[in-house]
Ligand binder design. Structure first.
Ligand code: FAD
Ligand code: NDP
Length: 580
């Protein structure tokens, strides 16, 4: 930071010879803010403190004649008049600043071009459009290995949360129909896969149309095409020469299911195909042991299909392992079979209907073989960055093809990323939506709120749902010195008339060194997603165990169990579940 101290100033000469020049006054708070912004970011710039120069007033008048601006700071980059402090902040946040530094003052077709019309992309595009920005959105679905394609809205709407929850609902209806006998009903139980698939797909098509209408209403230009980067301000339509340019890009391309690298893998399907499968799945093998495998196992078994899960190591890595194991036991008690410590090594088509699955034990390497009608791979997802030509931006990706970002920024100033494509962020719809909105607000409204990737509530929609927020018991014990765990079993009153009602479970993980601040909230039971969403607010606001104790329960509910937890895990006391 240099202060210009000559008494004679040839304005044009100085403006044209300095990359960044600020005409300032030492006492002016806006000047201080502008100088601090540049100094904090280590940019070299010249300052002319007008109140320190004998001819300062004269210079200010000359500046007014040149720019029409009377006030300070009066800022120039490569000779171009930028304006005052708020103008500098505008160009700094929306990225034009970096172009101006490169002596690039061109304008673009769009303020923002979003690549990917899923949860994150649509939310970001709509937010920018609401600020009167000119926005383009590219969305293109590459057909799955089995030719499945879908419409606008991304994974959540088409092949994720939405169809999954409806299939979960269908399987719960079957369970309720069975237990309704105890309430005096005799419900007819017959299920047609095709009816469920057709109705779910019809509902999804409505959502696709609504998304298109919303883009139109928000004056967002929607291109149903794959975008490929040409440079940091241009993408082209894949397979064409047509390009669009934009000041900024948000990569929100999400991910697709990973296939294992084994012979015959193409015989298996993924969650991309399952919800629109045009034939009864029959006897199903799910490979994987996390969200997708266990949720699909839960509803397929609940719908009456012979269901097996092949587990490589543990269930639900990263989640509370007490509850992960309870989910395993509960699924087994419902009829789901588990092949533990195995991975598939080959799939062979026996005939049109049957697939021979060859597998081996992960340590003994002992061979295993069984025939299934449908094999679903749910072994994680790979980000869709391969076709973006990120080499043209010299943008590196991780082995899982994800982008390393800081505050959703990539190392290329005009390129941001949100959603599943970000390395080390939870792959969840509300995370993508929130991150997209906050990012756009920071770019165009100069806000400072960042996405909180830590306290994210989530739910695994197995037949007994598992909802949680915060630390698992294991992670808490690895991070904090003195952890105390309160827990209990409970039986939902709704299940009380069953001969052997399923036990549900509640757990609070607390920091004993910090007044029993709640570090983790975990619940296994019906509607755990709904329960967790409510309690998550308390945990987010920093609730302590005593706040849960002070809360009056709503009787008779499942959620009230958290107002009466008194048994610590450390006491090894036997848990007594009761209906009331
Ligand atoms: P996506 O929604 O995947 O959208 C990306 C879009 O970009 C896609 O349409 C893609 O085709 C398109 N695209 C890719 N490359 C290009 C390109 N070059 N040009 C143009 N378009 C491109 N989350 C939850 O919170 N709750 C749940 O219950 C839940 N259940 C799930 C169940 C399943 C079976 C799956 C698979 C996921 C589930 N998720 C759930 C996760 C959730 O769906 C994702 O986290 C979310 O959709 C990610 O949003 P996104 O915007 O990052 O990407
Ligand atoms: P995950 O990445 O969560 O888990 C992958 C699973 O596959 C693990 O159990 C892993 O085992 C196993 N696995 C990985 N590679 C192999 C292999 N080569 N052979 C056998 N098993 C293997 O993936 P999902 O596909 O379940 O889910 C993807 C994401 O989608 C989730 O992380 C979640 O964020 C999101 N989602 C959210 C839902 C919700 O909110 N309810 C529902 C569904 C999905 P190991 O532990 O041994 O590594």
């Amino acid at each position: 930071l240099k202060t210009f101290d000559t008494t004679f100033l040839n304005i044009d000469e100085y403006i044209n010879h300095n990359k960044i020049i600020i005409y300032s006054k030492t006492h002016c708070p806006y000047c201080k803010q502008a100088k601090a912004l540049l100094a904090d970011n280590d940019y070299n710039f010249q300052v002319v403190e007008l109140d320190k120069l004998p001819n300062g007033a004269q210079i200010q008048t000359a500046l007014f004649e040149r720019t029409g601006q009377k006030t300070v700071p009066n800022i120039f980059i490569h000779g171009k008049h930028i304006g005052g402090c708020s103008d500098l902040l505008d160009i700094y946040h929306d990225g034009r600043f970096y172009d101006y530094l490169d002596n690039n003052f061109q304008t673009y077709d769009y303020d923002l071009c979003v690549i990917g019309g899923g949860s994150g992309g649509i939310s970001a595009a709509k937010e920018a459009a609401s600020m009167n920005k000119k926005v383009a959105l590219f969305d293109f679905v590459t057909p799955s290995q089995h030719g499945t394609v879908w419409g606008l809205g991304g994974t959540c709407v088409n092949v994720g949360c939405i169809p999954k929850k409806l299939f979960h609902r269908a399987s719960l209806l079957n369970e309720e129909a069975t237990t309704s006998d105890n309430f005096g009903f005799h419900m007819k139980k017959s299920f047609t896969w095709k009816t469920l698939v057709d109705n779910v797909q019809k509902y999804i098509r409505n959502l696709n149309n609504n998304y298109e209408k919303e883009l139109e209403k928000n004056k967002i230009d929607y291109f149903n095409a794959k975008a490929v980067f040409v440079d940091k301000h241009r993408v082209k339509f894949a397979g064409e020469e047509r390009t669009v340019s934009a000041q900024n890009f948000i990569i929100a391309v999400g991910g697709r299911p990973t296939y294992p690298d084994i012979p015959g893998a193409h015989l298996g399907i993924t969650s991309d195909d399952l919800f629109s499968l045009n034939k009864d799945p029959g006897k199903v093998l799910l490979v994987g042991a996390s969200y997708i495998a266990l949720e699909c196992a839960g509803f397929l078994n609940g719908l009456g299909y012979d269901t097996t899960v092949m587990v490589r190591s543990i269930l639900l890595r990263g989640f509370d392992q007490d509850i992960a194991n309870m989910i395993g036991e509960d699924l087994e008690s419902r009829g789901v079979k588990f092949i533990r410590s195995h991975v598939p090594t080959e799939l062979v088509a026996q005939d049109k209907e049957n697939i021979i699955v060859k597998a081996e034990h992960t340590s003994s390497k002992e061979k295993y073989e069984e025939v299934f009608n449908t094999v679903v791979f749910a072994i994680g997802r790979t980000a869709c960055t391969q076709d973006l030509n990120l080499n043209s931006l010299e943008l590196p990706v991780e082995p899982n093809q994800k982008l390393v970002t800081k505050d959703e920024k990539t190392p290329v100033h005009s390129v941001y990323a949100v959603g599943d494509v970000i390395h080390n962020a939870p792959e969840l719809t509300p995370v993508a939506i929130k991150a997209g909105k906050l990012l756009v607000k920071r770019i165009y409204r100069k806000t400072t709120e960042q996405m909180n990737y830590k306290l994210v509530p989530t739910t695994v929609f197995t037949p007994l749902e598992y909802g949680c927020i915060g630390y698992s018991e294991t992670d808490a014990k690895a991070t904090f010195k003195n952890v105390v765990v309160y827990h209990n079993e409970y039986v939902p009153l709704e299940n009380a008339l069953e001969s052997e009602p399923r036990k549900c479970y509640a757990k609070l993980v607390c920091d004993a060194d910090n007044g029993e601040k709640v570090l983790g909230f975990h619940v296994l039971g019906p509607n755990a997603g709904e329960i967790t969403q409510g309690y998550a607010l308390g945990v987010m606001l920093g609730a302590y165990k005593q706040d849960f104790d002070a809360l009056i329960g709503i009787h008779p509910t499942c959620a009230e169990v958290f107002t009466t937890l008194s048994v610590t895990k450390e006491s090894n006391k036997k848990l007594e579940s009761s209906g009331c």
